[in-house]
Design a protein around this ligand. Structure first.
Ligand code: HEM
Ligand code: HEM
Length: 406
C-alpha cells in the first residue's frame, strides 16, 4: 500500500508529540508565577516551532502528494474535514498564542530557545482577551479533533482492517505502530515532568547567563514619579490577589558598575535611568519590573575612557541608546531578600538575567539595594583591542528609595 512520504510521517508524529507537550505545559503555566518564566519561554519556543513545522508539512503535502483517499462518502468527507480542522488547529494554536503574548499589557520579550527574538505581532491591545480565550479554547477543539481522528484510525485498523494506519507508519513495523503514537504520551508526560513543582531540578530557572541578574533601569529622563507611575499603571499584574502597589523611585538613587581591568578596577555609574516597579513584597510573584538605562549617561569618571563607552566596542549608543531589564515575578530568597529572573536587552542582544535585591524599611517607603553580575561578552560589550585586560564579569549594584501610594 502506498504510504505517506517519510518526511510527512516524521512531521506527523513529531508535531503530534510536541502538541501534547504544549498542552501539558500550557495548562500549568498560569499557576506558576515567577517560577514559570522559563516554562513560558519554552512553551512559546515550542509553539513557534510547531507553527514552522506545520508550514513545512503543508508545503510537503503539495510537493509530495499524499496517497489517494481510501474512502469516499460521508466517512471520507468527515476524515478530510477532520484533517483540515487539525491543520487549522496546528496553525491557529500557535498564532493565537503569539497574538496573546503580543497584546499583553506587560510585553514580555520572547527569545525562541534562548536565541532568536520573536517580534510582537502588530495587533491592538483590545484583541488580547479574544486571543487568550481562543488560545485555550482552540486547545480543547484540537483535543476533540484528535479524538475523532484517532477513532477513525482505530476504526480502519480494527473494524475495516484496510491497513490505512500503515500509511502513517514506516516499514509496517509493529514496534513503530505502538512507539510512534506512544510519543504523544511521552510528550505529555515530559511536559508534566519539567514543571517546577514536580521536578525542581529541571526547567525552574531561565538558565541565567551569569550567576546574578542585572537590574537595569534606565532611561531617558530622570526617574520622575510621573513616568514611573505611568509605566507601572500601564502594566498591572493579573495574578496578584489585590492590585500590587506601583512604586515610585525617589531621586537620588544610583546604578553603578565595576569591572576588573588588568589588576585595577574600573568603576562607574549611569546618570539617567528609570524604573517602573509593581510589586507586593509579601507576594513577590506579583512583581513586574522594568528598568531602562540611558546608556549615554554612563561614566567612569575619566574623560578618555568615557569617550570610548559610546562606541561600537562597548555600548554602540547610536544604534542602542538604552538598555532594559524586564522581569515578571520575583522569588523570595530571604526575609527581605528577593531574586528576579528576567531579560536584559543590551546592545541589541537579549539574554536571561537575574538580579538580587533586598528591601528594607516598612510601609510605603522602602530602601532597595541589589546587585547583578553581567557576562559582558555575551552582549558584545568590550569586544575590541582595548578590552583585552577586561574581566568577563561586570558587577552591577543599585540602591534607591521607592515609595508606594499610601
Ligand atoms: C496531536 C495529534 C495528531 C495530529 C495533530 C494529527 C494530524 C494529522 C493530519 C493533519 C493528518 C492528515 C495528513 C494529510 O493527509 O495531509 C493526519 C493523518 C493521519 N494520522 Fe494523524 N494526527 C495526530 C495523531 C494521530 C494518532 C494518535 C494516530 C494513530 C493512532 C494518527 C494516525 C493518522 C493516520 C493513519 C493518518 C493518515 C490518514 C490517511 O491516510 O488518510 N494520527 N494526522
Ligand atoms: C500548537 C501550539 C500550542 C498549543 C497546543 C498551546 C496550548 C496552550 C494551552 C492548552 C494553554 C493553557 C490555556 C488555558 O489555561 O486556558 C496555553 C497557554 C499559553 N500559551 Fe500556548 N499553546 C501553543 C502555542 C503557543 C505559542 C506559539 C505561544 C506564544 C508565542 C503561546 C503562549 C501561551 C501563553 C502565554 C499561555 C498562558 C496564557 C495565559 O496566561 O492565560 N502558546 N497554551
Amino acid at each position: 500500500m502506498q504510504r505517506y512520504s517519510l518526511t510527512a510521517i516524521i512531521l506527523h508524529w513529531a508535531i503530534a508529540a510536541l502538541i501534547a507537550f504544549q498542552i501539558s505545559v500550557g495548562w500549568a503555566l498560569e499557576g506558576l508565577g515567577a517560577r514559570g518564566f522559563s516554562l513560558y519561554q519554552l512553551h512559546k519556543s515550542v509553539g513557534i516551532m510547531i507553527l514552522a513545522l506545520t508550514l513545512v508539512r503543508v508545503a510537503v503535502r503539495y510537493w509530495k502528494p499524499r496517497p489517494a483517499k481510501l474512502e469516499g462518502g460521508w466517512q471520507g468527507a468527515l476524515a478530510s474535514g477532520v484533517h483540515l480542522g487539525l491543520y487549522a488547529f496546528m496553525i491557529a494554536g500557535p498564532l493565537t498564542g503569539w497574538a496573546l503574548v503580543s497584546t499583553a499589557k506587560v510585553k514580555v520579550p520572547t527569545l525562541i530557545f534562548g536565541a532568536i527574538p520573536l517580534p510582537h505581532l502588530p495587533l491592538p491591545a483590545s484583541v488580547h482577551g479574544l486571543a487568550k480565550g481562543s488560545h485555550g479554547l482552540i486547545a480543547w477543539i484540537g483535543i476533540a479533533l484528535v479524538a475523532l481522528h484517532v477513532a477513525g484510525a482505530l476504526r480502519h485498523h480494527f473494524l475495516m482492517r484496510d491497513g490505512l494506519i500503515w500509511r502513517m507508519v514506516p516499514g509496517r513495523s509493529t514496534a513503530l505502530l505502538i512507539g510512534l503514537p506512544a510519543l504523544i504520551l511521552v510528550g505529555f508526560l515530559a511536559g508534566r515532568a519539567i514543571l517546577p513543582g514536580a521536578a525542581p531540578a529541571s526547567v525552574a530557572a531561565p538558565a541565567p547567563v551569569a550567576p546574578e541578574p542585572i537590574a537595569e533601569p534606565a532611561n531617558v529622563a530622570e526617574a520622575t514619579p510621573e513616568n514611573v507611575v505611568a509605566n507601572a499603571i500601564a502594566e498591572p499584574v493579573e495574578e496578584a490577589a489585590g492590585p500590587p502597589p506601583a512604586w515610585t523611585v525617589q531621586p537620588g538613587g544610583r546604578i553603578g558598575f565595576s569591572v576588573g581591568n588588568d589588576g585595577e578596577t574600573i568603576s562607574g555609574s549611569f546618570g539617567k535611568w528609570t524604573a517602573a516597579i509593581v510589586m507586593d513584597p509579601d507576594h513577590p510573584d506579583s512583581a513586574d519590573i522594568k528598568v531602562t538605562i540611558d546608556m549615554a549617561s554612563a561614566s567612569v569618571g575619566d574623560a578618555y575612557k568615557d569617550g570610548m563607552l559610546p562606541g561600537d566596542e562597548f555600548f554602540s549608543i547610536a544604534a542602542h541608546p538604552t538598555a532594559t531589564f524586564t522581569a515578571k515575578g520575583a522569588e523570595r530568597t530571604g526575609p527581605n531578600a528577593y531574586r528576579a529572573r528576567g531579560l536584559l536587552s543590551l546592545k541589541g542582544i537579549s539574554k536571561a538575567q537575574s538580579i538580587r535585591f533586598t528591601l528594607t524599611g516598612e510601609g510605603p517607603t522602602r530602601k532597595v539595594s541589589g546587585s547583578a553580575t553581567i557576562a559582558r561578552a555575551s552582549f558584545g560589550v568590550g569586544n575590541g583591542d582595548s578590552s583585552t585586560g577586561l574581566a568577563p564579569q561586570v558587577a552591577l549594584t543599585f540602591a534607591f528609595t521607592a515609595k508606594a501610594p499610601q
